[in-house]
Design a protein. Structure first.
Length: 242
């Protein structure tokens, strides 16, 4: 398939800039992905996930949605759910389903693909939401709380109450409760938050980031960091003091 400029339909206003999307493509292999933003998979619903889901708006599939699935799954983005069409190509036995639904998080211009799995008869039904993390908060959004969601991703809440996925780069990835790359990345992010008094909220990743504070790194790697909790800047500074 040859490239046509009209094929690209961004879901955000390029003048705003805070979505920071760069598409990485390998046309010969039918592969496309985001070159900067970290991908997030959300499988379980927590109060934070429910809050985020409530603001998603259904939309038609576009170029950014196709980067969230493998190339052979792209046609399924255009198939109806069994709830809307029992004869859909994604319907199984008239009541089962393996469809993909597309949405947009309009606050950040982020594409979202919901992967639906429903057995025939509906004994098992799950939704997995795939999206990208932003690389930073929007201009004018001030950090208020860091949120560790035990059953979901990492979040941040701004002073005006907006819930956002924690900014993350493609090579990043966050974690808690063990020694490794994920907790190290989170400790680096927290260290910069503290050093900038909450002003530096952009994702860096790996060698482009600062070394984590030892006290913060120790806490992030501990069991104490694995429970669901909200941490203000003062809370984070207290952890740094030990």
């Amino acid at each position: 398939m040859s490239y046509k400029p009209s094929d690209l339909q961004p879901v955000y206003d390029p003048a705003r800039g805070w979505a920071h999307f760069v598409l990485y493509t390998e046309p010969a292999h039918g592969f496309a992905s985001a070159g900067l933003n970290g991908m997030v998979s959300i499988e379980q619903e927590s109060p934070y996930v429910q809050e985020w889901l409530s603001r998603l708006q259904p939309c038609k599939p576009n170029t950014l949605h196709t980067t969230l699935v493998s190339s052979e799954k792209i046609p399924e983005l255009f198939h109806a759910c069994v709830r809307d069409d029992k004869d859909s190509p994604s319907a199984v036995g008239g009541s089962g389903c393996v469809c993909h639904q597309t949405f947009i998080d309009q606050e950040f211009g982020l594409p979202v693909v919901a992967r639906h799995y429903r057995t025939v008869g509906g004994n098992i039904e799950t939704w997995t939401h795939l999206t990208y993390a932003p690389l930073d908060l929007r201009p004018g959004d001030d950090f208020h709380r860091l949120i560790i969601d035990q059953t979901g991703p990492f979040w941040t809440r701004t002073k005006n109450g907006l819930l956002s996925l924690l900014p993350e780069t493609r090579a990043g990835g966050y974690g808690t409760g063990y020694g490794g790359g994920g907790p190290t990345e989170l400790a680096r992010y927290i260290t910069r938050l503290i050093a900038s008094d909450g002003k530096d909220t952009a994702a860096r990743g790996g060698r482009y980031d600062t070394d984590p504070d030892p006290q913060i790194a120790q806490w992030v790697s501990s069991e104490a960091a694995t429970r669901t909790q909200e941490l203000t800047l003062n809370d984070l500074k207290a952890l740094q003091r030990g």
